[in-house]
Design a protein around this ligand. Structure first.
Ligand SMILES: [Zn+2]
Length: 259
């Protein structure tokens, strides 16, 4: 099993520098699994597809960053990607599923239900156009425990959907087993430095506080993450922040160093 780390979208919030969007790809014997899907190629070609968010995210026309093209760079074809496990359904994490219509898409059942709600919050938070092609949804309710966290779902023996709600009501982290350690992709659950505990600076610190579905759940999730990050057998990585030391190397290191 090989784990690749890709930056699938460079976001450029006003006065906020450049912010990565990090996905993991696990290449196993008989399955290839992506943790989050980024944007599809079509969004890089036409950013109006993501509505008002384009004014905040300010994507460049870089279709080579789309997951389907990142996979091609390591010799993985579109049809080889069997499973996508989503932290949540915000566009920059989930819209890319349209490039993989045959993959099974794992997500928390709570998150999927929230995205289908017609509430004002859902309309602002989710872009339903990316979910209308008949994805092979695999909603998870979570009845298992992982490292003391209840409500988890084992997608495989080595990939676990871990509820970390607050940013959205069904937001999850995804834990990937690496030998006797775990790599936990924490999505948008928090951006602080897991080693120092320092709060994230602008723009992520602001985003963390402003964009949350439930503040009490978010506070509870942060306590869970503080406990997990202190474990010697857990490394964490979040969607939009390169930590001081990456737990695994970025698959496109050449391109990253040239940016
Ligand atoms: Zn989000």
């Amino acid at each position: 099993m090989t784990i690749h780390l890709f930056d699938v979208a460079t976001l450029r919030p006003l006065a906020g520098g450049e912010v990565p969007t990090l996905c993991l790809v696990i290449v196993g014997e008989d399955r290839v699994i992506a943790i989050d899907a980024g944007f599809p190629v079509s969004v890089f070609e036409d950013t109006s597809l993501i509505g008002f968010e384009r004014h905040f995210l300010r994507l460049r026309r870089t279709p080579e960053m789309a997951l389907v093209n990142r996979l091609a760079s390591i010799g993985v074809r579109r049809e080889d990607l069997t499973d996508i496990v989503l932290t949540h359904l915000h566009s920059e994490h989930a819209a890319g599923i349209v490039d993989f219509p045959d993959a099974t898409v794992h997500v928390s059942a709570t998150e999927l239900a929230a995205s289908r709600s017609r509430s004002p919050r859902a309309r602002i938070s989710y872009r339903s156009r990316f979910f209308e092609h008949g994805p092979n949804w695999a909603p998870h309710d979570g009845a298992e425990e992982w490292l003391g966290v209840p409500g988890c779902s084992y997608v495989t023996d080595d990939v676990v959907l871990v509820p970390l709600p607050g940013h959205t009501v069904g937001h999850c982290g995804v834990a990937v087993r690496r030998g006797d350690r775990w790599l936990l992709h924490t999505g948008d659950a928090w951006y602080r430095d897991p080693l120092t505990g320092f709060d994230a600076s602008f723009p992520l610190g602001l985003y963390e506080r402003v964009v949350k579905a439930d503040g009490a759940l978010q506070a509870q999730t942060w306590r869970t993450l503080e406990r997990l990050a202190l474990r010697p057998d857990v490394d964490t990585i979040s969607s939009h922040r390169f930590p001081p030391r990456l737990p695994i190397s970025l698959a496109d290191t050449t391109e990253r160093s040239s940016r």
